[in-house]
Design a binder for this molecule. Structure first.
Ligand code: NAP
Length: 484
């Protein structure tokens, strides 16, 4: 017997769609996904820049329940990924559950249920809230003096302006994270002049990209085990496990292997010794999120491309002035300057039981019990929330495992045996303490700047092995939770 419950899911990106499909599959029909944007897709809706590609193999960046035969390449372009999510929404019949252009501004627990306020002032309520609000969507736009005086086009990489002509123009790209590297690679042959402003060099992991042929796609269509061989195969999973063991043990042979691959890539790919030194980081590989690329070093050596390693002084009407006085005339400036990754569901106000307030709880750093739940916030769950695994692997897989964890926690509520569930304060405090201690020893904490770090420089990530995560999600420790 299951009790009818109302669910509200916040966000129709990858993990919100997952929640909707799983709810529907579980026979729930009383739920709404509130989406602040006009369409689904989360980060794959927001990012449309030239060169946008997911650096997880396409067949591994899918839901376990929705394999997809149609990918054009081993690493899929962003537009195809967005189209895949659209297809999943339709194939699994969850589109009618989504309310677009509807931002959730507050969630308040009234002792019985969650009162949810929407941007237009309307209200809704739910027994259970799933915050699937994403990580990388609050853009980081540094304040460059004179920015507003720029006579050309200037925009953040996640606010791409399609009306701006790039071919034959002088383009400056500020930032060389995964985004900046992909944009520069895509524009190297298009711009008349391309300046890549690099504040810190990046290690680049070489990977092979290749297109799938019509025959390949027909074979995937005809026989799903061919997709499974990639999606579930040792090549991908062996790599994930080695990568994760390297992250948590910077002295491991697996980390040595990553460092060797990146160093050799730099030595063998960049021919000019002066450029090679410009591109050589002084921190350890994988300290920042590792960049996977099959062609950035070639792009960096293209005739039209220059790497600028000086410090930007200001933006002037005709271009960028460096601290040393050098001036770069530009028609277009792209700010590939990343995201405020510590925001999560904020600025939505979330107030739990007995005065619990998310802003107060997250004053020092965002946190969540096993990245999913919070003490004082009954029946409130996050997918891809703070302290979850991050790295060069599929966050779809991570969200699916988190959903399985949540599904176990709410079983007694669905069965009508209790009304609420939340982690205990003590259990969460213990998790936080152990996590922070372990995180300091990971490669992410080995001495570099990155969006993985909290304001104290501690990695805000899952610091244990992938298998420990699988184990934790598969069997929640019941004594860490209270059911009301
Ligand atoms: P990011 O990794 O945070 O990189 C931001 C870049 O902007 C860095 O190079 C940073 O320099 C630079 N920057 C920031 N403020 C600056 C300033 N005031 N002056 C000069 N430079 C400045 O952001 P991102 O490249 O957008 O990537 C974010 C994440 O999105 C990735 O790590 C990844 O998780 C995800 N992503 C994934 C893919 C994919 O293929 N799956 C593709 C794109 C993005 P410093 O390094 O010196 O701080």
């Amino acid at each position: 017997m299951t009790r009818p419950l109302r669910f509200i899911v916040i966000g129709a990106g990858m993990s919100g769609i997952l929640a909707a499909v799983r709810l529907k599959q579980a026979g729930q029909s009383n739920f709404t996904l509130y989406e602040k944007g006009a369409s689904i897709g989360g980060t794959w809706r927001e990012n449309r820049y030239p060169g946008l590609t997911c650096d997880v193999p396409a067949h591994c960046y899918t839901y376990s329940f929705a394999p997809h035969a149609e990918w054009s390449a081993f690493y899929a372009p962003g537009a195809e990924i967005k189209a895949y999510f659209e297809k999943v929404v339709d194939d699994f019949g969850v589109r009618d559950f989504i309310r677009f252009n509807t931002e959730v501004t507050a969630c308040v627990w009234d002792g019985e249920c969650w009162r949810v306020t929407l941007a237009d002032g309307a209200e809704d309520s739910a027994d259970i809230v799933i915050a699937a609000s994403g990580v990388l969507h609050h853009v980081n736009e540094p304040v460059f003096s004179g920015k507003d005086s720029f006579a050309g086009a200037i925009f953040h990489s996640a606010r791409w302006d399609d009306s701006v002509v790039l071919d034959g123009k002088r383009v400056g790209v500020i930032g060389n994270g995964s985004t900046g590297v992909q944009i520069v690679t895509a524009l190297a042959e298009r711009a008349e002049r391309l300046l890549h402003f690099q504040r810190s060099p990046q290690w680049i992991m070489p990977v092979q990209q290749f297109a799938y042929s019509d025959e390949d796609r027909a074979a995937f269509r005809a026989d799903v085990t061919k997709i499974d061989a990639i999606r579930l195969g040792d090549e991908y999973w062996g790599g994930i496990r080695r990568f994760n063991s390297a992250i948590i043990d910077p002295d491991s042979p697996a980390m040595q292997e990553i460092e060797n691959l990146c160093r050799r890539n730099l030595e063998e790919s960049v021919r000019d010794p002066a450029l090679r030194e410009k591109l050589r980081p002084d921190y350890r590989a994988a300290c920042k999120r590792l960049i996977y690329s099959w062609s950035y070093y070639e792009a960096a050596q293209a005739a039209a491309v220059s790497i600028e390693t000086g410090s930007i002084d200001r933006i002037e009407p005709q271009g960028i002035r460096m601290i040393d006085g050098t001036f770069h005339p530009l028609d277009v400036i792209v700010l590939a300057t990343g995201f405020r990754a510590d925001r999560f569901i904020r600025p939505t106000k979330v107030k739990g039981a007995d005065g619990a307030d998310l802003d107060a709880l997250w004053k020092d750093r965002p946190t969540a019990h096993y990245a999913v739940a919070l003490p004082g916030f009954p029946n409130f769950f996050m997918l891809n929330g703070p302290t979850g695994p991050v790295g060069n692997f599929s966050l779809i897989d991570i969200a699916e495992q988190q959903w399985a964890y949540i599904a176990q926690l709410i079983k007694p509520i669905l069965a009508g045996k209790s009304r609420t569930v939340q982690p205990t304060k003590a259990a969460h405090a213990d998790y936080d303490r152990r996590r922070i201690e372990a995180a300091r020893g990971t490669i992410f904490g080995s001495g570099c700047s990155s969006w993985y770090l909290d304001k104290d420089g501690v990695p805000l990530t899952w610091p244990w092995s992938y298998d420990a995560f699988v184990q934790a999600m598969a069997s929640p420790e019941i004594d860490q939770f209270v059911w009301g």
